[in-house]
Write a protein that binds this ligand. Structure first.
Ligand code: PLP
Length: 371
């Protein structure tokens, strides 16, 4: 049976293992080396590492391309963007991870790039912004508005306009969405989140199909030097093995919480594509295998009420980040980079705890608004 015949749940367990040899280890060991004996292809630890190679093979198999690891999602994203020539146009979403938006805005203000922002859920607007673009940067579902972009239409439209199309697949993971199969040129991950899954490391990855793009990213990583440590890479690969199970459980929890939050009198709006009346529902059905485990909600009573909800939770942790086994929530507009988001919007990363414990905690936390 070839790897191509295997389902993603099987691939995530078996990809990136050492060869099956008598007494060989099942997992690639942590190789702590800055330098290698001369004569081989690696030579130096900024250019390669056997533990990286295993993780890269696994992510490459899951996304359907060639993967490179980086020190963080931002190192992966900025290395990709910095490969563009001076003055190149980049079209990017008005709602996407704030670090990438800030980086692009600042590069635009500095005259390094010509950046056009548009609403990624508005396909016409996003394609209009892509006219003359060298790169179309997409994220779906988006952070923190959980908007769903029409990936097939944007990828095709971006290509017609001559742009390379990049998709940040951090929220969906390759379990639910494979943008390279939809025609994208590159996929970016904050491995820190779902792929590693345990809130204990930072790492990033880019996966591409084109050999020339891969070569230029290898060169960019060599020069910018944003590489991960072998220990982090080992932990990320270990976390990756349970990705399918974690996503399945977290998504099932998220669906229940989204329905119940929608019916709560102190909740004004829930954003989750799994809700049948969500603007992204039909698109998600068409291009994803599930709806993911990220939702956002706005509470009655504004910023003060939202802060109280976050501070009152006892099972859900009041903290930034997402994609781990533990549920986290925070008011996104507390960050300067997301100050343009709805002020009382709380982003909830649903973990794998028992759903009734999560709901009891949310109900209790919402009760703090009127206490
Ligand atoms: N992309 C998305 C969608 C994110 O949510 C994040 C971080 O929150 C990043 C990229 C950046 O990743 P990292 O924090 O690993 O640098």
């Amino acid at each position: 049976m070839s790897a191509d015949d295997l389902r993603v749940e099987t691939r995530v367990v078996h990809a990136g293992r050492p060869p099956r040899e008598e007494d060989g280890p099942l997992s690639e060991p942590i190789v702590l080396a800055s330098t290698y004996h001369a004569g081989g292809p690696t030579g130096y630890g900024r250019d390669g590492n056997p533990t990286w190679a295993s993780f890269e093979e696994a992510i490459g198999v899951l996304e359907g391309g060639s993967a490179l690891v980086f020190a963080s999602g931002m190192a992966a994203s900025t290395t990709l963007i910095e490969g563009l020539p001076v003055g190149a146009r980049v079209a990017a979403p008005t709602s996407a991870y704030m670090g990438v938006r800030t980086f692009l805005r600042e590069r635009g203000e500095a005259g390094r790039l010509d950046v056009a922002f548009a609403d990624v859920t508005d396909t016409d607007a996003m394609l209009a912004a892509s006219d003359g673009a060298a790169m179309l940067w997409l994220e779906s579902p988006t952070n923190p508005l959980i908007g769903v972009a029409d990936l097939p239409a944007l990828i095709a439209g971006g290509h017609e306009r001559g742009a390379r199309v990049v998709v940040d697949n951090t929220f969906a993971t390759p379990i639910l969405q494979q943008p390279l199969q939809l025609g994208a040129d590159a996929v970016v991950h904050s491995v820190t989140k779902y792929l590693a899954g345990h809130a204990d490391l930072l790492m990033g990855a880019v996966v591409v199909r084109d050999a020339q793009m891969l070569e230029s990213l290898i060169h960019g990583r060599h020069l910018y030097g944003g590489v991960p440590g072998p220990v982090e890479t080992f932990l990320a690969l270990r976390g990756l093995r349970t990705l399918a199970l974690r996503v399945e459980r977290a998504e099932s929890n998220c669906g229940v919480l989204a329905e119940r939050l929608s019916a709560h009198p102190l909740v004004e709006r829930v954003r989750y594509p799994g809700l049948s009346d969500d603007p992204g529902h039909e698109r998600a059905l068409g291009q994803m295998k599930g709806f993911g485990a990220m939702l956002s909600f706005e509470v009655a009573g504004g910023v003060g009420a939202a802060e109280r909800v976050c501070a009152s939770a006892r099972v859900i942790t009041h903290a930034t980040s997402l994609g781990g086994v533990e549920s986290l929530m925070e008011r996104r507009a507390r960050w300067a980079g997301d100050a343009d988001m709805p002020p009382s919007l709380i982003r909830l990363s649903v973990g794998i705890e028992h759903v009734e414990d999560l709901w009891a905690d949310l109900e209790r936390a919402l009760g703090s608004i009127v206490d």
